[in-house]
Design a protein around this ligand. Sequence first.
Ligand SMILES: [Zn+2]
Ligand SMILES: [Zn+2]
Length: 482
Amino acid sequence: MKDYSKIAKEVDAIESKIWDVASNIWEFAEQGYHEVKSSAYASEALESEGFKITDRGIGTIDTSWIATWGSGSPVLGLMAEYDALPGLGNDTQPKKTPAKSGNTSGHGCGHNLICSTSVGAAIALKNHMEKENIKGTIKVVGTPAEELLNGKNYMAAAGAFKDMDVILHNHPTPKNSVWNFHSNAAMDMWIEFKGTAAHAGLQPWDGRSALHALEVFLTGVNAMREQMIPEARMHYQILSGGAAVNTIPDYTKVLIRYRGPNAENVRKHKEWIKDIAKGAALATQTESVFTNLGGIYDCLPNDVLAERVTDHLHKYFPLDFTEEEQAHAKGTQTEMGVAQDGMAADVSPVPYGVSIGASSDVGDVSWQKPTMGVIYSSWPLNVPAHTWGATACNGMSIGHKATVAAAKTMAATGLDLLTDPDFLQKTKDEFVKQLDGRTYKTLNDSDTNIQGKLDTKDQKLFECSIHGAMEHFGMPEHHHDH
Ligand SMILES: [Zn+2]
Ligand SMILES: [Zn+2]
């Protein structure tokens, strides 16, 4: 049996750096497309270790990047997310408490740990490869705005993953497991209605209500629900419902997220939703404007990769927690009204043939290359993602232990992929089997992600953050081309 102790030691050797990345990004807690400090910090952490930033602004998303080290094949991709969620800012306490910084956004999905885990695994692998003279290339891919489901799909469509052989990612949860499931494909759409404003009391007959159009539209999509297959989902959020009660609104806007089991199903319902918007406009003598913000593919499983990740998970998980940490976990569970089971105490078996209703922009990547994610416990059992309880744990010692052990799992799997050509080939064969002759064609309508461009203020902050991070990591100015 192969000796993985050296690669684990390389992770231990950079433990403080891993936590530095995780805790700083936890503090920054920036929402998708605005991750200027987080993106800068993570890319500089890699640059300070000899990685080169070979690309930024991929797929027209300014806060994305690729950090490359090494040469030749195989090429191992490691994906790093870093976006936070609105309304989930919290202190590192087992109760709902505002973050000390006052930031109301928080890492309730643990993407700070996703970033530190991938960055840590990459640096450890690179150090090990140098010492052991192992050939190959590591590419860490900074992938923004996962929560908005429109990051990796634009990057994939732009060819970011084309030259990679295999791609690993990671995600914290309450459990130790592996991302071997089929997720829903999805599409986010904006529907805007343009009507005619009028005084609602004096001359309502002169107006044409954009709000009525929106109501007719939503009635239509809710009627469509009955004809949706059970795997499909539809969610909406009214972004603009009119400015005042005494004015006939001339503008409204709604965000629709449609999910279905595959791209074909999503395409079909996108057209239906578009027609419902046209019908609503016709019915109310208003105009409708349809925008496809971007669509993501379903995730393809890869049993070969999943089995190997699980083998390595057993080496480093379940984690040992102190009494204090278990008390934190149980305190959180009490506060949230869920069973006081503490932290995960096992590694789940590989899931086979499992489908979930949720979606991830990892989907597009998994249609391009063999892709698999490490899933690991960084918040208490029974506590859902996207909650204050998760935010708290991802910024404290529980999250610290989790990201270090996850980096070991990722690095060990990466090492196998770099050094065992038979295994790498098997993951590719499995990928071809999963594709089953189907081909990938982006669900996006445009090459441009209309939300991905930073405004002037954010751009300035991004540049300052890059310089600030360079200083933090002790990098000389001339080593940088910004
Ligand atoms: Zn999330
Ligand atoms: Zn997430």
